[in-house]
Write a protein that binds this ligand. Structure first.
Ligand code: MRU
Length: 346
């Protein structure tokens, strides 16, 4: 893709992993040279790399960085090291299923290569990480093409958080149709929720869409109802960190509220979800683990103290949008009603 490759959040650079430090955007463009699995864990935990698909990609490369320095001389010893390292990376964040999906996929590749020499198995781990990243670009493009079938030129689109190029290999998930529409010469008018408390909407979505020349307007989260009432928005498109079997969806905190508002205003609400974000083992949204993040994101979130010392804080990073508020879940294979998700389990 040409539109946003310069924003590649995750890249393998010969001997190290290169991560675009998303905590510094939009003011500074800083790339991190990551050489250890511990650095990958920390980058995921601290949101330097974030967004479900990008977390999965980073974790796959992280597993390679870990296994690369393993001194194991037998397959069994290497497998023990690999599974310990995968378990460690799995503790970095709990909600995005893509993290666990990517780690499982690399482990499955290693099992398939069990008869190979140790160095060849290590090379296969890197190869699998690269494949995950390359496939993600195709997946996002397909999601974008399917979402475009639901849209038309001139629409207003509201999105929340950053389900964008910065969260994927390219295009983003929910933003993919916006990039494709731009390529086709459509004029979509995008409204980006700023996304409290850590502002992925204003720091990342507004930044990447503006950079790509897409018509984007930043609003505070509490303006979404007004914008809908004023008929500026004809569709909502969001990403997801995990889709449960019944079509309930976990996404950035505030998504549920946007879905309620969309329903109240009779506006279709779409969820862009790569297959790697569907968790057929989780029956409903109630079983999806919701990450709670540090209080400082709220009390000091805008760079200065904005709450009294010692205040009690509740800071869930994600919420659950129930299936009945969702018009369709769009994957790389098609557009599905939430109740159809369970039928996709092969
Ligand atoms: O806490 P974050 O920034 O990792 O949350 C990201 C989101 O909620 C995204 O909407 C989701 O991961 C989909 S990214 C294509």
């Amino acid at each position: 893709m040409t539109t946003s490759t310069h924003l590649a959040p995750v890249a393998w650079a010969e001997e190290h992993l290169r991560l675009l430090d998303q905590t510094r955007l939009p003011v500074e463009t800083v790339y991190l040279e990551v050489t250890t699995i511990e650095q990958v864990w920390e980058a995921i935990r601290s949101l330097q790399v974030r967004g479900a698909p990008a977390i999965g990609m980073a974790a796959a490369y992280g597993l390679y960085l870990g296994v690369r320095s393993s001194s194991a001389t037998s397959y069994d010893a290497l497998w023990t090291d690999l599974t310990n390292q995968a378990d460690y990376l799995a503790t970095s964040r709990p909600t995005a299923i893509n993290l666990f999906w990517a780690l499982d996929r690399v482990k499955a590749r290693v099992q398939a290569e069990a008869a190979q020499p140790i160095e060849a198995i290590k090379a296969a781990v890197l190869d699998e990480a690269i494949k995950i990243q390359q496939e993600d670009e195709q997946v996002c493009r397909r999601i974008g093409e399917f979402l475009l079938t639901q849209l038309h030129d001139g629409m207003g689109i509201l999105t929340h958080c950053n389900p964008g190029a910065l969260a994927t290999a390219a295009y983003g998930t929910a933003t993919a149709p916006l990039y494709l529409a731009k390529e086709m010469g459509w004029n979509l008018k995008v409204y980006a929720d700023e996304t409290r408390p850590v502002l992925q909407g204003s720091r990342l979505t507004a930044y990447e869409l503006q950079k790509a020349g897409i018509d984007v307007t930043l609003i505070c989260d509490n303006m979404a109802a007004m914008v809908m009432a004023q008929k500026k928005v004809q569709a909502v498109i969001v990403g997801t960190d995990r889709v449960a079997r019944n079509g309930d969806v976990a996404n950035k905190i505030g998504t549920y509220g946007v879905a309620v508002l969309a329903k109240a205003h009779n506006i279709p609400f779409y969820v862009a979800a790569p297959f790697s974000s569907i968790d057929f083992n989780t029956p409903t949204g109630a079983e999806i683990p919701i990450e709670e993040r540090p209080a400082e994101e709220i009390t000091h979130g805008l760079g200065k103290q904005v709450a009294p010392d010692g205040i009690k804080v509740y800071n869930p990073a994600f919420d659950i949008t129930p299936a009945d508020l969702i018009t369709a879940i769009v994957t790389e294979t098609g557009v599905y009603k939430p109740e159809e998700i369970q039928l996709l389990n092969k």
